[in-house]
Design a protein around this ligand. Structure first.
Ligand code: TRP
Ligand code: SF4
Length: 330
């Protein structure tokens, strides 16, 4: 499997809530595309999850299964990609520790997401040492596998810049061990959730990959659209419509443009426009849900796949850490 000429891709997802359309359009579809061109490592980053869910850690283990089963159902292929659980590969912790010694504190204190989370998350205390070190652990994740490229959305761009900076510093101090990871910026369509705000688990506005057809209908039908369209005869602007963010991610271009035109000219009603989306989502999710049910009948198979991924990841990680220990001399 590990064709040595291939470059390495690493990405991770925090298992802190069920998989929804945002995960699919924002990351998974892209991860799947990268599988043939790169050696891919995709990690369920349990320790990153723990950094914010430390008061309620049992959710993380439950979602580890959820994520693996979900990823496999969507089309990640364990024969092409290493699918594994971060906290099962202890080398992440060792490298994180070593990196933490060489990173000047201000590099972390100025991270915008850190400040933002302090401000926005009020139901838990994230003013911790570990949470400050979140990007350090993220860097360790990537370079442990000598990752060349990291597919992430815009929201992670700063973390990746920092990862590159940390990597350069390490290499300068101890020798050129790690490639500087490139950002593969994913065009992440900003998906609106059922309330029009960004789709996310914490806002409870998500459409889940496991939602049955009725639930999808129930969630999309009442969604607010472009407010200009009070009546069917009022033309609208699709770019100002939260529902249309979902069209952009899931409805084929041709059909979508036809709907957009209908919207601008008041040729179609919102209900009709939503129905196209609803049917498309059902069509997209139904086969995934069938696959998922098959996995759930034999959950041990999913755990075995994770175990196998953990083993492969460990093998690479151990090799890297031998080099690192040798370079540092400890
Ligand atoms: N921080 C990422 C997020 O919140 C998750 C993540 C952890 C990650 N380690 C990573 C992403 C390594 C890319 C590479 O989405
Ligand atoms: Fe949104 Fe479609 Fe209604 Fe236009 S017609 S406002 S794109 S739901």
């Amino acid at each position: 499997m590990s064709d040595k000429k291939k470059k390495v891709v690493f990405s991770g997802m925090r298992p802190t809530g069920p998989l929804h359309l945002g995960h699919m359009a924002g990351a998974l579809q892209n991860w799947i595309r990268l599988q043939d061109e790169y050696d891919c490592y995709y990690s369920i980053v349990t320790w990153h999850g723990f950094s914010s869910e430390y008061q309620n850690p049992q959710v993380i283990r439950n979602f580890a299964y959820e994520y693996a089963a979900g990823w496999l159902s969507v089309g990640l292929d364990p024969n092409k990609s290493v699918i594994f659980v971060q906290s099962e590969v202890k080398e992440h912790a060792e490298l994180h520790l070593l990196l933490s010694m060489i990173i000047p504190l201000p590099w972390l204190q100025r991270v915008p997401t850190f400040k933002e989370m302090q401000r926005e998350v009020t139901d838990k205390d994230l003013n911790t040492y570990g949470f400050l070190g979140y990007p350090v652990l993220q860097t360790a994740d990537i370079i442990l596998y000598k990752g060349n490229a990291v597919p992430v959305g815009e929201d992670q761009a700063y973390h990746l810049e920092l990862a590159r900076e940390i990597t350069r510093r390490f290499n300068r101090l101890y020798g050129e061990i790690f490639p500087e990871p490139q950002i593969l910026l994913t065009e992440v369509p900003k998906l609106a959730g059922t309330d029009g705000r960004k789709m996310s688990n914490s806002l409870h506005n998500a459409i889940y990959l496991t939602d049955p057809p009725d639930e999808i209908r129930k969630k999309i039908s009442p969604m607010v659209t472009d407010t200009r369209r009070k009546r069917k005869t009022d033309p609208g602007v699709p770019e100002d419509c939260p529902v249309f963010t979902l069209h952009k991610a899931f409805v084929e271009k041709e059909k979508r443009e036809e709907l957009a035109k209908g919207c601008r000219t008041a040729g179609i009603g919102c209900l009709e426009c939503k129905n196209v989306l609803i049917e498309k989502l059902i069509e997209t999710l139904t086969p995934l849900q069938e696959k998922r049910r098959e996995f759930d009948k034999k959950p041990q198979k999913v755990w075995d796949t994770i175990e196998e991924g953990n083993r492969k990841a460990r093998e690479t990680a151990q090799k890297t850490m031998e080099e690192v220990r040798e370079a540092i001399g400890l």
